[in-house]
Structures are given as C-alpha cells and as structure tokens.
Design a protein around this ligand. Structure first.
Ligand code: PLP
Length: 450
C-alpha cells in the first residue's frame, strides 16, 4: 500500500492510513464544514455521542463558568464541588431500580475497568472472594483498555493482545435473532435457549464462583443497534438472581436517552441492573465523561466493609466535564428531548423500513429510539454475507460521504459470519426534515454501491 504523504507529514499517529481524515473547520448543529467547503449532514454525532449536536452555547457557557469557579479538583484526594454533586443527584435522584451512587470517569473503557474492580471488591467485602469469574457475550464491546477488551467478545480487537486478557471471562451467545435464531424456533424458544445456555455456563464455572454477567442492553458497536428479543433480559435477570451474581448493563452507547427512555433497560421489564455504565450521551461529547452507576446495596456493603473504594484516577470526576454534562442533562429534561427521541425514532424507523429495507443489499433494519442500523447482505434471500475481502460497509460509508451524509460503518463477526453494517444515531434534537434528507442520501449511496 502506498502511504499518502499526508500521514508522513502529520505529527499525529492517525488510526487508519487507508483514508486521509476529513479536516473539519466548523461543527454546528448537524453540520460539519470541511476545509474544502463541503458540508456533511452529521447523523451519527461520532459513535452516538453528540446527543445535542455540535456547538451548544449554553454548554459552552457552563464550561466557561465552571473554569472560572473550580477548574480542577483531585476527587481521590478528598475534594468535591457542586457541579459534580448536582450531576450525580440529577442522574440518580429518581432513578428506578435502586441505583443510587455514581463514580465519574472519562471514558466508557475506564467505566468498564472500574466496574470490574468494583465487582471484585464487592465480593471480597461480602466474604465471597472466590466469586471472580465473569460471563459476558460474544460479539460484545465494552472498551479498548485491557480490562475493557477482556470483557469484550470482539475477536478482531482482542486478537493481538490475547495473552494479556484474563481467562476469568467466558462468553455466551448474544441475543441476535436475525442471524442466530433457528428457522424452527419461536421468539420464546430462542430466549429459552439463550437462558439455558447462560444457566449452563454458570453450572460449568460452578455458580458460587461467578461474580457478574456483563451485557450491553442494546448491542452497539459490534452488532450495531440490536435490541434483545422480548423477555431476554428478564431471563438473564432470573439466572443472575438464581445464583446470586450481579447483573452489569453497559449502556455507554445505548443509554442516557438514546433508546427513548433514560435507560434502555427501562423497556426490558426488569427491576434494573446492579451496576450500569454510561458514557457517550451523558455529556454529549463536549468534554469526555463516563460513569459507573451503583446500586445502594453494593455501596452499603463497601461502606460497611472495607470502608473505601479501591482505585482511582487523577482526572476522575473532573469538575469541568461534570459541569458540561450537567448542562447537557438539564437541557434534555427542560426541552423534553426524550419525547423527541421517541417521535423521531418512529419517523426514522419508518423511513428506514420503507426507503432502505427494500434495497437489494439490505438484509435487516433494526434499532430503537434514535439508535438504528442497516445490515448488508450479498444475497438477502439466503442471508449470505459479503465475503471477507469485501468491506462493503466502508464502501457505503464512502459513497454516503460523497452524498454529504455520514454513517457509522462497521465490520464485525458473528461466529463465523461476517457482519457489515451502517448505523444512524442522530442527536436528540433532530428534525423530521433532517432525517428525510439523511435517509435519501444514504439510499443514493447504497444504490450506487449495488
Ligand atoms: N461500552 C460500549 C457499549 C461502547 O460502545 C463503547 C465504545 O464504543 C465502550 C464501552 C468504550 O467506550 P470509550 O470508547 O469511551 O472508552
């Protein structure tokens, strides 16, 4: 491959050398302006991050105000301040399910790492230190740190570091009916099969050694916007309860309103997780922020046990990140944006099902709220995926950019099957007109690639 001279000249170690990065000179609302004057309709907001779009003046003001008030504090050194406290209260005051404490970090990966450590500390405190095994799901993604990758069933991202991964995580099948439900199975039978598989995994590990089960409530990065079949999370909760293990739900991508409810699990008919991670839409990407939300019972055990939370980071609970996220969360509530997520979610679903699903390359359209993806197939009638060498989702992403819209393309693997997808994850403020325009542009891109 001949390297574009740009990558030699730039002092940034860019991630991919196949495409010169698009140079953005301005970002406002849903519009990215490039240095050559082109405008891109941004209907992904990065990987489902910019939930208020770009350039929100009220958030900018909150950041400046915070900088001139308390710009930095070392929370691990015994300090706190009001934006951080207020954000935690806003997130947890009326949250159903008993989640009552927040640990603020900077990325989803750090939230996964902190959760692993919290779970281990919890079981030590409870006098069950043998509970050190985790069960997670194949084709899942929980982060790119070594802890995050250990918990992720994302084979290609793990491969190079296999010997750095703990063998304390085992993987069961995700709930992914389009590719994995058998032809002769009803939805109920499929859920029962997955429930049995999870139960068998507990038995294989010996149930009293299992610390927690980890899952994304709506599978995001790897499978692309796959909600579980009805009853799946009830089944998972039952198995965890049966064996006394913790349920950890990763809502870094699908959470904080993206699904149409504040937490995606609120649509799953369960009392909630024991621990939940959140990130992207928590702060809308203005300044990095993630959090681990913790059930009161876990807090009580640690407070009454070792009496301190193990671990910590220099920039944990950063006041400016918390002030930005606090303003984002106030705007979401003040402007009733979850209502817009639900209304525009229906619009997006209808547009994708009528305009995109009938196209020859499109095998499946799935999602919830403003979290939708299209899965591409070489032959949709037989569900034959594109061959390994054909990165069709990147070809479609490139064609979409030429049409002036961005999509979140992804190539992953489900068992032996290749998965090619493009996701649309617009801001909670998106309008019907913007969705119509985005879907028309995507349609032209797919037709061009066909
Ligand atoms: N968990 C999920 C479900 C994610 O989608 C991601 C990132 O895409 C992460 C964790 C890791 O988050 P971050 O990239 O902020 O470290």
């Amino acid at each position: 491959m001949s390297l574009d001279p740009f990558f030699q000249d730039s002092h940034i170690f860019h991630r991919s050398f196949s495409h010169k990065p698009l140079h953005v000179v301005a970002a406002d609302g849903l519009t990215l302006t490039l240095d050559d004057g082109r405008k891109i309709l941004d209907v992904t907001g990065g990987p489902a991050v910019a939930c208020l779009g770009h350039n929100q003046p009220e958030v900018a003001k909150a950041v400046l105000d915070q900088l001139s008030k308390v710009g930095y504090l070392f929370s691990g050194g015994g300090y706190s301040e009001s934006a951080t406290e207020e954000l935690a209260s806003l997130l947890l005051k009326d949250t159903p399910g008993g989640l009552s404490k927040a640990i603020f970090l900077n990325s989803g990966s750090e939230a996964t790492d902190a959760t692993i450590k919290l779970v281990v500390q919890y079981w030590n405190t409870r006098g069950q230190p043998q509970r050190r095994n985790f069960i997670a799901r194949k084709q899942s993604y929980h982060g790119n740190t070594l802890g995050g990758l250990s918990m992720s069933g994302h084979q290609s991202r793990r491969a190079m570091y296999a010997d750095f991964m703990t063998d304390r995580v085992s993987f069961v099948d995700p709930c992914y009916a389009y590719r994995c439900k058998l032809d002769n199975e009803t939805d109920e039978m499929y859920v029962q099969r997955l429930k049995q598989q999870l139960d068998d995994e507990f038995q294989a590990l010996s149930p009293d050694t299992v610390a927690a089960f980890f899952a994304e409530t709506i599978a995001g990065s790897t499978l692309a916007c796959v909600p579980a079949e009805k009853g799946y999370f009830q089944a998972v909760r039952e198995v965890c309860d049966k064996y006394g293990a913790l349920l950890v739900l990763d809502e870094v991508m699908c959470g904080m309103g993206r699904s149409g409810t504040m937490h995606a699990w609120q649509q799953e008919g369960i009392r909630g997780p024991d621990i939940q991670t959140i990130g992207k839409s928590l702060g809308g990407g203005f300044i990095p922020l993630s959090a681990v939300l913790v059930h009161q019972q876990i807090f009580d055990s640690i407070a009454n046990g070792s009496g301190a939370l193990a671990g910590g980071h220099t920039f944990q609970a950063h006041p400016v990140s918390c002030a930005a996220a606090l303003q984002v969360q106030k705007i979401i509530r003040r402007d009733n944006l979850l209502e817009n997520v639900r209304r525009m979610g229906v619009v997006l679903e209808n547009l994708l099902k009528t305009e995109i699903a009938p196209l020859p390359l499109v095998g499946n359209v799935r999602g919830r709220g403003l979290f939708w993806a299209v899965e591409f197939m070489l032959d949709k009638s037989t569900r034959t995926p594109f061959p390994l060498g054909d990165d069709v989702s990147t070809r479609i992403k490139d064609a979409a950019l030429e049409e002036g819209v961005n999509v979140l393309s992804n190539m992953g693997f489900a068992g032996m099957h290749k998965i090619d997808t493009a996701a649309i994850t617009p801001p909670f403020t998106v309008t019907e007109g913007e969705l119509v325009e985005a879907v028309q542009r995507l349609k032209r891109a797919i037709v061009r690639v066909s």
